[in-house]
Design a protein around this ligand. Sequence first.
Ligand code: NAI
Length: 348
Amino acid sequence: MEFWASQEFDQHEQVGLFSDPSSSLRAIIAIHSTALGPAVGGTRFKAYSSDAAALDDALRLSRAMSYKSALAGLPAGGGKAVIIGDPTKIKSRDLLLAYGRFVDRLGGLFMTGEDVGTDLVDVETIAEVTKHVGGTSSAVGDPSVHTAAGVIHGLHAVAERRFGRTDLAGLTVGVQGLGAVGWDVARRLHEAGAKLVVSDIAAERVAAAVAAFAAVPEPTEMIHRAKLDIFTPCALGGIITEQSAAEIQAAAVAGAANNQLATSRAGKILAERDILFAPDYLINAGGIISGLHAASVPSRLAADENDSLGAKLLKIRHRLTEIFEQAAQNGLPPEVAAEDLARSLIKR
Ligand code: NAI
């Protein structure tokens, strides 16, 4: 495997390989940047097609975490861990404890939590041998409600920029995915007076939203084409493809789902069609903001130290407004302006 040749390598500060043969643990921890604070990032547990694919994932996701932390104004950097293997086959208490001891050895440079393939129970096991975890259920509870609150702040920034209004009442918003985050986003939108169009592969969730919020149901493969003011993806990543970007009828795309843009070209198509895109790793930062707030990670900025969680979540709205302005001034898609701003914040 050619370490330095990975296209995802971005002058990461530290990348470590960890193994514990007795529990079959093989893990990679990538620390992209600690310039703004400890590198935070979840632990992904996945059967990768190759070790190179696992390394690429750790490198790419840790860089994205640096951008997310920087844009959310968090006193944190970016990192990510991947444990290689099928969690349904090899996950064990011994493996998680061995992994936790490796996290501990990094002495606080890396702070982790749940991700694909790991859950709060696993994080609590890891926390038995290291204090460098956030997001245990006792510390923070379910982050989804805070993610949803952040998405609503982001939707306000979108409504202001796109429709010149400070409230969401009367806007038609299409929520794709009525899970932990999407349901709460829909509930808050309903309370704010928005009209809802919803889709989910789980028919009972759609029926519940129709009953609770007078939502209009749409088939899952159609919702991005519906007549909406804002399309709010809260299900899967990669749903804005070059094809779907060309089909979207909404004036803006802003939702919680991670990695919405399947390709950078898809983002450019949205921009060319004058559809405002809210970079996902900023608008969905409420969960990590709440995790670090609960873990009382000390702020580098004295002015921020006493901010309530609510005040920290509100920063999502202000940061998005700033990014929309910079994107417009420089003729860039918002996701490119966001990346530029994140890199300059980290450098500073
Ligand atoms: P979840 O698993 O609770 O909900 C996902 C929902 O999407 C489910 O109701 C599922 O049935 C539905 N769904 C799946 N495929 C679909 C499709 N093709 N069309 C319509 N609906 C579909 O997940 P959660 O926690 O609500 O997260 C949603 C998204 O937000 C994910 O992309 C996640 O990575 C992202 N996110 C979540 C955070 C959190 O705090 N939970 C934080 C940051 C990002």
